[in-house]
Ligand binder design. Structure first.
Ligand code: PMP
Length: 425
């Protein structure tokens, strides 16, 4: 396997060297839960293309929505113009997200949705007459995107902040939550966050968190009460709460939005990834009316952001179709079925010498190893075993499309167990 020579020598892939240590596999098709490589090899996809392809690839309903919109118009600028796909999507999002969120900003990617959320929080306090509140408070092991504003609230170590000292804004980092979701709540867990809020609230605009599931920063699950406590801290110390549900949104954790586990609502919510069923890039930042009114009541009376491809009609049309598909089925039952399949299938990994921990929540399964994986050697083994699993660091993890059948899930977890069993303890 040498990869495509032009791709290998000229094309950057995510977090990769050029040329990469391991060339990328070329895909010639993808359908349902399968990815088909250029050599005809078919893989069961464990990644849902990084949380997003919840209905599987090449879905007829999503294809139709895309084609129909393409035949009407593919894009118009959103400055001064609007269109039915965006209006319908905004209505749906206001309807299905926690009640006080009713103002929708369409962004072009998850990272941009986070940038927008941060700008909203800073503009909010500027308009509210507290312009010194410009910093953010977050937790270690978080991941919020790769642009500068978003990167500045990612885990400082994983996010390689040392490379960008002097350029990245400096924020406040509390200890990562430790209390697991299935154990009794430990009030000690919130002390670090509360202490930083107490000490620095005059300069903090918002707390930003991935609720209950920390994704790319460590694949960690934590107690919903932590999120509820964070809400309380925000209310007590005049901070906005930004929840980043770019990974957890649309059912992945077992609730439509992970903040529902905590029974609270944020002031600002970021969504992305599964929003379009993984068809194309689109994200949103939702805010409460209070946030919007305060921003627009201040100087200059506008929210200062507006990308060229804002609310792209193709993306909005496919997002409408994707949300429709999700909500018309008993998706909770599907997530419970996948959760049970992941628990059963990954159980045997816990006894393997190379494994430190196995954890499952909703349709997310994680096998944490004792040592970081060697990607150039492990990745081909997954492909040979017939699955697409892309580990990072010590983490072998899956979040398959919700359409994965029980036998396919058993094949996926069986392949993971086999490959991990081959690693040195
Ligand atoms: N926030 C979270 C929680 C994410 O998981 C991601 C993507 N991994 C992002 C933000 C950034 O999204 P994007 O890659 O679309 O910019």
């Amino acid at each position: 396997m040498t990869g495509h020579p032009f791709d290998r020598d000229h094309v950057w892939h995510p977090y990769a060297a050029l040329p990469p240590a391991l060339p990328a596999w070329e895909v010639r098709g993808a359908s349902g839960v399968h990815i088909e490589l250029a050599d005809g090899h078919r893989l069961i996809d464990g990644m849902a293309s990084w949380w997003s392809v919840i209905h599987g690839y090449n879905h007829p309903v999503l294809n139709r929505a895309l084609h129909q919109q393409a035949d009407r118009f593919a894009h118009v600028m959103f400055g001064g113009l609007t269109h039915a796909p965006a209006i319908r999507l905004a209505e749906t999002l206001v309807d299905i997200t926690p009640t006080p969120l009713e103002c929708v900003f369409f962004a072009d990617s998850g990272s941009v949705a986070v940038e927008v959320a941060i700008k909203m929080a800073i503009q909010y306090w500027h308009a509210a007459g507290k312009p010194a509140k410009q910093k953010l408070l977050t937790i270690r092991n978080g991941y919020h995107g790769d642009t500068f504003g978003a990167m500045a609230v990612c885990d400082p170590v994983n996010g390689m902040h040392s490379l960008f000292t002097g350029v990245l804004p400096q924020h406040f980092f509390a200890d990562a939550p430790r209390c697991p979701p299935d154990e009794p709540w430990d009030p000690e867990d919130i002390v670090s966050l509360r202490t930083l809020a107490e000490q620095h609230h005059d300069e903090i605009a918002a707390i930003i968190l991935e609720p209950v599931v920390q994704g790319a920063g460590g694949m960690r699950f934590y107690h919903p009460q932590y999120v509820a406590e964070a809400r309380r801290i925000c209310d007590a110390f005049d901070l906005l709460l930004i929840l980043d549900e770019i990974a957890t949104g649309f059912g992945r954790s077992g609730r439509l939005f992970a903040c529902e586990h905590a029974g609270i609502a944020p002031d600002i919510l970021c969504l992305g990834k599964a929003l379009t069923g993984g068809y194309m890039t689109l994200a949103t930042t939702l805010a409460t009316r209070r946030v919007a009114d305060t921003i627009c009541g201040g100087d200059p009376g506008l929210f200062m952001h507006g990308p060229t491809f804002m609310a792209n009609p193709l993306a909005c049309a496919v997002a409408n179709a994707s949300i429709g598909l999700l909500l018309e089925q008993d998706w909770q039952a599907e997530i419970r079925r996948i959760e049970a399949g992941l628990r059963k299938g990954l159980e045997a990994c816990a006894d393997l010498p190379a494994v430190a921990d196995v954890r499952v929540m909703g349709a997310i399964g994680v096998v944490e190893l004792k040592e970081p994986v060697d990607m150039p050697s492990i990745q081909p083994r997954f492909v040979e075993a017939g699955v697409w699993v892309r580990p990072f660091g010590k983490l072998v993890y899956v979040m398959p499309p919700y359409v994965i059948r029980d036998d396919e899930l058993a094949f996926l977890t069986g392949a993971i167990t086999k490959v991990v069993a081959g690693l040195q303890g």
